[in-house]
Design a protein around this ligand. Structure first.
Ligand code: ATP
Length: 292
């Protein structure tokens, strides 16, 4: 099925990629609608970059159907490339050029580039337009990378871990850039290992771990679906710390009360009842729970 038929900007079914014997992507399905910000969230080594590189056409796949803006990235033509914006991890723009010169230079590669001034404004670099690249901070540099990714006027923007290494303020500014693009109607697919980033930006997201999708939905749905179980913790008479996850914490506490009632005047030693945050859910889904 083509994306036109399915009405999807990105349609991926059963994607697999191995590096030698390592399955980096192990049967992933993705359905990204036009105009949405779609997050691919997962820990280091989950397979995010490999997936995005396949969507960009920069990595071959072993198995699966991949359609991006109606074309297979493995065989797509130049016109397709102009419609898909890619932000490279390490853009190698000449350090001596200014921001404006660099954006103007890249604009020439596209049949219908966006006005350079508009692009610089969109990423919030107006005041740095005449600064040389070598004088930009890391966050400003990354915004320039996005400017180069959008100067061709893409319908779809692919961002691979765009804010890694940012301080919190720079990260928030960058989120503003992504939102502005989304408000304009650009479909955005971004990978991140920051839960907060996925929550702040993504209309919908998948959580991937070890090359597989372990959860999908919008952030609120994920919290509801996976975070509804409470955790009840207490300390047994022999000093062992116990934890149970339960959808009925009141019943668990009542059972504990009857168990502990005679020994400690109805106090349950070390009792703690909590609901997991989305972060707890994420860590559990991606098997990182014990690393906290
Ligand atoms: N070129 C390569 N050759 C061999 N193995 C690779 C290669 N690229 C990635 N891998 C392995 O494939 C798996 C997935 O890597 P990938 O870079 O896609 O994950 P990621 O989710 O983007 O991780 P990170 O957040 O660390 O960038 C990892 O086990 C990684 O070591």
């Amino acid at each position: 099925m083509t994306t036109q038929a399915s009405g999807l900007a990105v349609d991926v079914r059963g994607l697999r990629k191995r590096y030698g014997r390592v399955p980096a992507v192990d049967g992933i399905d993705l359905a990204v609608r036009h105009g949405e910000v779609f997050g691919i969230l997962g820990p280091n080594g989950a397979g995010k970059s490999t997936t995005v590189e396949i969507l960009q056409g920069h990595r071959t796949r072993d198995e699966g159907e991949v359609s991006v803006l109606g074309a297979d990235p493995a065989t797509a033509d130049r016109a397709w490339r102009a419609r898909v914006g890619i932000v490279w991890q390490d853009e190698s723009a000449p350090a001596e050029l200014t921001v404006r010169e660099t954006v103007s230079h890249f604009a020439r590669f596209y049949p219908r580039p966006r006005p350079v001034r508009e692009v610089i404004g969109l990423v919030g670099l107006q005041e740095k337009a005449d600064s040389r690249i070598k004088a930009l901070s890391g966050g400003q540099r990354r915004r320039l990378d996005v400017a180069l990714g959008i100067v061709g006027g893409p319908r779809l923007l692919l961002l691979d871990e765009p804010t890694t290494g940012f301080d919190p303020a720079a990260r928030r500014q960058f989120w503003g850039v992504v939102r502005r693009l989304a408000d304009e109607g650009t479909t955005v697919v971004l990978t991140t290992h920051y839960l907060q980033e996925a929550e702040a930006l993504a209309d919908r997201l998948v959580v991937i771990a070890a090359g597989q999708v372990v959860a999908e939905g919008d952030p609120a749905e994920l919290r509801q679906r996976y975070g509804s179980e409470a955790t009840v913790e207490w300390t047994d008479p022999d000093g062992t710390r116990r934890t149970v996850r339960t959808a009925a914490p009141t019943r668990t506490v009542a059972e504990l009360m009857s168990r502990f009632g005679s020994r400690s005047g109805s106090e349950i030693p070390g009792l703690k009842v909590g609901r997991p945050s989305l972060e707890d859910v994420y860590l559990r889904l991606t098997g990182q729970e014990d690393e906290r």
